[in-house]
Design a protein around this ligand. Structure first.
Ligand code: R5P
Length: 294
């Protein structure tokens, strides 16, 4: 097996290859003056099983095109099997029809990747695992929550309260609790599908005097964490931290979160940013080792 270093995740791909002791294939890439993407594999993939490591955080459309073009190039150059390793899988939040007239973006994306030559996909903390069951090839999601919780445990926050900002992500708080060995809980969150506005409540939550770490899959605008932090402060939490797998941090999200009283934001290198303090490399390399030997 060889690891193809997608331009959006070159560093993560290199770290993963190092831990797995797998050979890498570099990708030459450029954008033409009219905005079109170009890629070329700089290594031999004939008869190889290959894993393309390429995240699809913003600019997601051009990164998806690069991924598709790399998959196509790998197949045309003789790769036997192409696994797309996509740490942040964009469009996963449109995984059902919420309002009449919509489509299901994540299914369209999966079909496009299949047409390009992808045979399997591995992602990390996809928004809803159920979306993957509709993919036209085997697809699985890994969880980076234990790695994030371990970061806090190492910093001395063992026994902190692990909170998920909505009921659908309860399993995330529970995974963190397994590492931190404190309590866990969740808020209730409703989203207006037209305006995108959310409303959160924290009834029955006892966090008075506690250090609370909010765990979420994505921080995008920061609205969810800001709302959660405000509730936690009202409920008497003494210290509040935020952890997420995919730190998109759009616009002034980081400032708004810190202004809301969150002491530190911790993310992974699924999306490269200055809060990406936890690497997914150990998680991905474990998975690739299993694929290699299976
Ligand atoms: C939604 O259900 C997700 O799990 C995240 O909570 C959400 O995408 C975060 O978005 P934002 O930072 O814009 O509130």
């Amino acid at each position: 097996m060889k690891i193809i270093l997608g331009p959006a995740s070159k560093e993560l791909g290199e770290k993963t290859a190092e831990l797995t002791a797998l050979e890498t294939v570099q990708v030459a890439h450029k954008t033409f003056p009219d905005g079109e993407a170009y890629v070329r594999l700089e290594g031999n993939v004939q008869d190889e099983f290959v894993a393309i490591v390429q995240t699809t955080s913003p600019p997601q459309d051009s990164r998806f095109m690069q991924l598709a073009f790399i998959a196509d190039a790998a197949k045309r150059n003789g790769a036997r099997k192409v696994t797309a390793v996509v740490p942040y899988l964009a469009y996963a939040r449109q995984d059902k029809i919420f309002l009449q007239g919509e489509g299901i973006s994540i299914e369209t994306v999966a079909q496009m990747l299949e047409a390009a030559g992808v045979d399997a996909l591995v992602t990390v903390n996809v928004h809803a695992e159920s979306a993957l069951s509709k993919f036209p090839f085997p697809a699985k999601t890994l969880s980076a929550i234990p790695l994030l919780a371990e970061y806090f445990a190492q910093k001395g926050y063992k026994k902190a309260f692990a909170l998920s900002p909505d009921k659908g992500a309860r399993h995330i708080a529970h995974q963190a609790q397994q590492v931190l060995c404190g309590e866990d809980g969740h808020l209730e969150k409703q989203r207006d599908r037209y305006t995108g506005q959310t409303n959160q409540t924290g009834k029955d939550l006892n966090v008075k005097g506690q250090t609370v770490i909010i765990f979420d899959d994505i921080i995008s605008t920061g609205g969810t964490i800001v709302g959660a932090a405000k509730i936690l402060k009202e409920l008497g939490a003494t210290r509040v931290f935020a952890a997420c797998v995919h730190p998109l941090l759009i616009g002034d999200a980081e400032k708004r979160i810190l202004d809301a009283g969150v002491e530190e934001i911790v993310g992974t290198d699924s999306v490269s940013s200055h809060v990406s303090k936890v690497s997914l490399a150990p998680l991905l390399s474990r998975e690739l080792r299993a694929l290699k030997s299976g």
